[in-house]
Design a protein around this ligand. Structure first.
Ligand code: GDP
Ligand code: MG
Length: 167
């Protein structure tokens, strides 16, 4: 029961904050070299019965400003079969064309994707959120849709349960 879990999303949706929640003090491996391997290992959560390796998968990124990144992205798409599950993180307060781009890339992979709607602690957002979710779930068959607060920890236990079940 060990495998790669990709955390995917445009910049600023809360990926790093979520990772800290998921691995916290249990963080045992980090890689400071982003594009030297097919996956950049972000953190490892080792528990009784399972080990989740959280990775950053370049092929699923929209941060393609540099040519080298674009080239690596092409290479990375061949490695997607290594991923057991994708955590697609969005900011519940703000849906952008970049999110759309990530969604379209994910749809092509055929991987199981869990939509994590982050920043639910921001009350103002809740009213904007639900029509979007409806729209998103029509575009893609998510394994689950989980509202979370990476910052305060809400819903993270649900995410961990889903991860455990997928390994
Ligand atoms: P990344 O670029 O996807 O890695 O995003 P970060 O983890 O760096 O977070 C971007 C910003 O969003 C930071 O200012 C975080 O404090 C904030 N943020 C992340 N998660 C939450 C959340 O659950 N609630 C709120 N209100 N802010 C959050
Ligand atoms: Mg980050």
């Amino acid at each position: 029961h060990c495998g790669f879990i990709a955390i995917v999303g445009r910049p600023n949706v809360g990926k790093s904050t979520l990772l800290n929640r998921l691995v916290g003090q249990k963080l045992s491996i980090t890689s400071r070299k982003p594009q030297t391997t097919r996956h950049r290992i972000m953190g490892v959560d080792t528990r009784d019965g399972y080990q989740a390796v959280y990775v950053d998968t370049p092929g699923l990124h929209i941060e393609e400003k540099r040519t080298i990144n674009r080239l690596m992205n092409r290479a990375a798409s061949s490695s997607l079969t290594d991923v057991e599950l994708v955590l697609f993180l969005v900011d519940g307060t703000q849906w952008t064309p970049d999110d759309e781009m990530v969604l379209n890339k994910l749809a092509k992979t055929g991987l199981p994707v869990v939509l994590l709607v982050n920043k639910i602690d921001n009350v103002k957002m809740k009213y904007d959120l639900f029509p979007h979710i409806q729209e998103l779930s029509e575009k893609m068959d998510f394994k689950a849709i989980v509202p979370v607060s990476a910052k305060h920890g809400g819903g993270v236990d649900v995410v961990e349960q889903i991860v455990r079940e997928s390994l």
